[in-house]
Design a binder for this molecule. Structure first.
Ligand SMILES: [Zn+2]
Length: 268
């Protein structure tokens, strides 16, 4: 254990040294410091979670600190122009925006968070059928990407009634706010079959059945499944701003998935 800890401390010191001596530090410091934070958090987790009996000193260190993979299903809301385009406004199709963001998020996760195993639908399902896909692949965590309609602007997230810690939802709203992305006044809510939107607070799980099939199916399997409504597709100005800030959305969602991984998945 001591050897591992020494190795990790040396490794972290090395990274800190590289960052602090980087001549372009001013320009890239935001990204660098956030990835250092995530490495720090992850390594701290490994140290905390591994008891000395878990570690066989004769094996290579890299295997000893390898992380348990989490299977993340990313559902791209709606299917296709013919099957189910979702909301449509002024030539903008919800299914196409969802697919584009899903792909970029998937690429970003594969590059930066290799302990998150991304699963995408092999053939996009209609929104009403997506719950079937959850049953088919049995993932550890689910997010479903959508774009809103009906007038307005900003991000919102719909979470299971029984979700207690709201780890991902709280983090994604916080990070997006830090990036000056507009957030809806009712930013984190649940919807049951007998109620409309209910604002959610941490450590206050609710009873009842979730209204949305994707969330309900996850809950029935003990999986947190959340719907992200990114922006309003019928608001041209908001969609233009979304396009300009897409990488911030990708970054915020990925970071928040990693936060869930560290705080909830990897502890189980
Ligand atoms: Zn939708």
């Amino acid at each position: 254990m001591q050897r591992i800890t020494k190795f990790l401390i040396a490794y972290l010191s090395f990274i800190v040294f590289i960052v602090s001596t980087n001549p372009n530090n001013q320009v890239v410091s935001k990204n660098n410091s956030s990835s250092i934070d995530s490495i720090n958090e992850t390594i701290n987790e490994v140290i905390e979670n591994k008891s000395s009996s878990d570690i066989k000193v004769d094996e290579p260190i890299i295997e000893e600190i390898s992380l348990k993979k989490m299977n993340l299903l990313i559902l791209s809301g709606h299917a296709s122009l013919q099957k189910d385009p979702g909301a449509v406004s002024q030539g903008r199709y919800e299914y196409a925006y969802a697919k584009d963001l899903t792909q970029q998020l998937s690429n970003h996760l594969k590059t930066n968070y290799p302990h998150i195993n991304v699963i995408l639908e092999d053939a996009p399902y209609k929104a009403a059928e997506e719950a079937l896909y959850i049953g088919k692949v049995q993932p550890d965590y689910v997010i479903s990407i959508h774009f809103n309609a009906g007038g307005g602007t900003g991000f919102e997230i719909i979470t299971p009634l029984k979700n207690e810690k709201l780890t991902f939802a709280t983090e994604v709203v916080k990070v997006l706010r830090d990036y000056d992305i507009p957030i809806r006044p009712l930013s984190i809510y649940s919807r049951s079959t007998s109620t409309n939107r209910i604002e959610r607070k941490v450590n206050q799980p609710l009873n009842g059945s979730d209204y949305y099939a994707v969330i309900n199916k996850g809950a029935s399997m003990g999986i947190i499944s959340e719907i992200l409504e990114i922006e309003f597709i019928d608001n041209a100005q908001a969609m233009q701003r979304y396009e300009q800030n897409k990488t911030k959305y990708v970054d915020a969602i990925a970071k928040s998935i990693n936060k869930y991984y560290i705080e909830e998945y990897n502890k189980n």
